[in-house]
Design a protein around this ligand. Structure first.
Ligand SMILES: Cc1cc2nc3c(=O)[nH]c(=O)nc-3n(C[C@H](O)[C@H](O)[C@H](O)COP(=O)(O)O)c2cc1C
Length: 204
């Protein structure tokens, strides 16, 4: 009997049930169809502060701020798949998601200053990160400034950056429902990532 595959979706869009959260939902539906345990967190429903840059975590390995993100980080640590969603705002990720990523600084402090957190290559191979995004413009490069922040976040939290599910040109399509392929692609990738993790579990 395999362990359940835990898929955690984090929506960083301030707009409920908009293009980006809908795309995330399609991925989560696919994961659920493949038998995963799925949870979605909507950042705009939470109450949290931004990193204060106090650097206390460099000494203690924990964040001095105790708020709604405290449990979110516990859930991130327990997830096998982390699907992080944000629309493009001002050519980058939203303030909601950036706020979460900055607060992950204590992981960085534990890894590189205190050296009491280490993810093995095997751990990283079994933990998959997916970035989901939409943008109004049809530019090919409209997501480019988001990728480095997600790369850093997945690295910091021990996930392999597995894939992107991105859909631009929302203004022309009139929203994600008008996009010819994105929702089906998201659902399929949700199924695929769970199947992949099952295969890795079966390998032992
Ligand atoms: C404040 C704000 C800033 C935005 N900035 C950009 C941008 O820089 N480039 C772009 O292509 N789209 C931009 N957009 C459009 C959104 O990325 C697009 O409509 C997206 O699909 C919205 O996703 P949502 O429905 O999840 O909110 C912006 C939208 C808002 C509200």
């Amino acid at each position: 009997m395999n362990d359940p595959v835990n898929v955690l979706g984090i929506s960083g869009s301030p707009r409920r049930h908009g293009n980006t959260e809908t795309l995330l939902d399609a991925l989560l539906d696919g994961a659920r169809e493949a038998g995963a345990d799925v949870e979605k967190i909507v950042l705009r429903q939470l109450d949290y502060g931004s990193c204060r840059g106090c650097n206390a975590c460099h000494r203690t390995g924990v964040c001095v701020i105790k708020d709604d993100l405290t449990v979110v980080f516990e859930k991130i640590t327990a997830a096998d798949v982390l699907a992080v969603a944000s629309p493009i705002y001002s050519m980058g990720i939203t303030a909601e998601l950036k706020g979460l990523i900055d607060r992950a600084q204590y992981f960085w402090a534990r890894k590189f200053i205190l050296k009491n957190l280490y993810f093995t290559d095997e751990h990283i191979r079994r933990h998959k990160g997916i970035f989901i995004s939409t943008a109004g413009l049809g530019w090919d490069n409209v997501f480019d400034s988001a990728f480095p922040a997600l790369t850093a976040f997945f690295n910091t939290t021990g996930f392999e950056y597995w894939d992107n599910i991105i859909a631009n040109d929302m203004d022309r399509y009139g929203g994600i429902a008008g996009h010819p392929t994105a929702l089906a692609e998201a659902r399929e990738k949700g199924r695929n990532v769970v199947d992949l993790l099952r295969k890795l579990q079966a390998e032992g």
